[in-house]
Design a protein around this ligand. Structure first.
Ligand code: MN
Length: 502
């Protein structure tokens, strides 16, 4: 059991004896369940769950989540069922594992739509429901990415692409900078090996020419802040990550003179006012580059990131970015949504309810960026991911609809005109009634006619979305108006004429 002790020691958190007992039980259970299975690397299969749990534990040492991470591949890859796990470990842990298994089934279909990736990320989140499921899945993916070299090249590329397009943005959206950076760089190396090499060389060259100047600036900063009596905890240097450098170079057509943050110096303070005080004295002693001051404390980024950024001229005209933030902001920048769990104001863990609430807020801001204001308001109607189904167009685009939706909702969700001209629907390749309830992951093809469809009041009964209902009502109103007008016409012209004839 020396291994178990090593495992526990690699997680920087003090567990109670009861908590430790749960983790140990999960550890031994998973080890036994995977006994005899090997990974492609030749290691025991169990090592994967163990390593994933260490990755997770460093960020988020929550006991049920850790236990579920250790056990996450057991129901899929061994004889032991989820029911058995539930009997042994209770419903909470079982539910987390089930969520991870479900997520494993979310697959990329061959969509070319420009919102496809965005939709897929939403689908991914919706399927998991509990933020902890995503954290487990991300640590699972992190370990797989770290050990990618053992699998065939084509599979490596597929997994790395998926990581770059789905997993890394989700880590970023959750504000977990550490995970996003590592996932990106690991994938970058596999998906774009040439660009990776080029970017790496470029960065190394830049570093060589900046290092001395940076060290001196760092020393000067310490002196200046001390002399002015500004309290700070530490000043560290950070080198730009390769993938983010690559993206920036693409944006500026490889003009490296536009890149100001190859190296950044980070000042960590105790309080927000110290941040602004530090900024003031830095600008007194170093010439700032105009237009490069960004106050993300007053205006946090959508994922909650807070910091002040400024760029100054150092020695020999070399520029440096300086980032100033409090220790709490720093904690959040690295650990994102997970930081709240363990670092609430008095150092007490926040309730999972609070964390979940913040998580929903994050999702909503994501929604806000991605869709129209109407859709966003619609999404605010609580529970916006529970009770929803995801339906595919034949091209692989995803529409999310409330549970109980029909092909009518789907048609109006795709395009208003499609709704007004629909005459039938193929669901998973078979002709079905447009009134039938759709199921999650159905592929729906709307059959349309050239002229306007005849819409009856029955359509209202089968429509769940506000969007479809409004459009149907509009049609019915216009239609009724048409009939009324025709009756009026008949009355005012035909009837009198008829009488006149008489
Ligand atoms: Mn796994």
């Amino acid at each position: 059991m020396k291994y178990f002790q090593d495992f526990l020691n690699s997680i920087p958190h003090k567990f109670t004896p009861e908590e430790e007992a749960v983790i140990k039980r999960a550890y031994e259970f998973a080890q036994k369940a995977h006994a005899g299975q090997k990974r492609k690397s030749g290691e025991d299969y169990f090592i994967h769950g163990r390593e994933a749990a260490i990755i997770l534990g460093k960020l988020f040492p929550d006991v049920p989540t850790l236990a579920a991470t250790l056990l996450h591949d057991v129901p899929e890859d061994t004889e032991i069922t989820l029911e058995e796990i539930e009997k042994q470990f209770g419903p909470e842990i079982a539910r987390l594992i089930d969520g991870v298994t479900q997520l494993g089934h979310v697959r990329m279909k061959n969509g070319k739509d420009k919102f496809y990736m965005e939709n897929l990320r939403k689908l991914f989140i919706a399927t998991s429901q509990d933020i902890r499921v995503i954290l487990i899945k991300l640590s699972d993916r992190m370990h797989n990415m770290r050990t990618l070299e053992f699998i065939p090249r084509d599979k490596q590329i597929r997994i790395a692409k998926e990581t770059l397009e789905i997993y890394a943005p989700i880590a970023g959206r959750l504000g977990i900078g550490n995970w996003k950076d590592e996932l990106e760089d690991l994938s970058f190396k596999v998906v774009f090996p040439k660009e990776y090499q080029k970017t790496k060389e470029l960065l190394e060259n830049e570093m060589a020419s900046r290092q001395d100047s940076m060290k001196e600036t760092q020393k000067n900063l310490v002196h200046i802040l001390h002399a002015e009596g500004i309290k700070f905890q530490e000043i560290t240097g950070r080198v730009k990550r390769l993938y983010s450098l690559h993206r920036k170079l693409q944006k500026y057509e490889s003009d490296i003179s536009k890149i100001h943050d190859f190296i950044a110096l980070r000042i960590i303070t105790k309080s927000t006012s110290d941040c602004y005080a530090a900024l003031g004295s830095i600008h007194k002693h170093f010439q700032p580059v105009p237009g490069r001051i960004k106050d993300f404390i007053a205006n946090p980024k959508p994922n909650g990131y807070q910091s002040i950024h400024t760029t100054v001229f150092g020695k020999a005209g070399k520029t440096f970015e300086i980032q100033i933030r409090t220790d709490l902001m720093h904690e959040e920048a690295e650990r994102g949504v997970a930081a709240h769990w363990f670092y609430a104001e008095e150092g007490k863990p926040e309730s999972s309810g609070r964390v979940q609430a913040k998580w929903f807020k994050e999702l909503q801001s994501w929604q806000e960026e991605a869709s129209s204001p109407e859709e966003f308001l619609e999404s605010l109607k609580i529970d916006f991911f529970r009770d929803r189904i995801f339906v595919f167009t034949p091209k692989g685009d995803i529409k999310d609809l409330p549970q109980g939706s029909s092909a009518i909702d789907f048609a109006f969700a795709v395009h208003t005109d499609l709704g007004y001209h629909m005459m039938g629907a193929k669901i998973n390749g078979k002709m079905r009634s447009i009134f039938d309830e759709l199921q999650n992951e159905d592929v729906v093809e709307i059959i349309k006619i050239k002229k306007e469809a005849v819409i009856s009041r029955d359509w209202l009964k089968a429509a769940r979305t506000q969007n479809a209902r409004n459009k149907i009502r509009h049609y019915l109103k216009e239609h009724d108006k048409g009939i009324l007008e025709r009756i009026k016409e008949l009355k005012s012209f035909s009837l009198p004429r008829f009488f006149r004839k008489k």
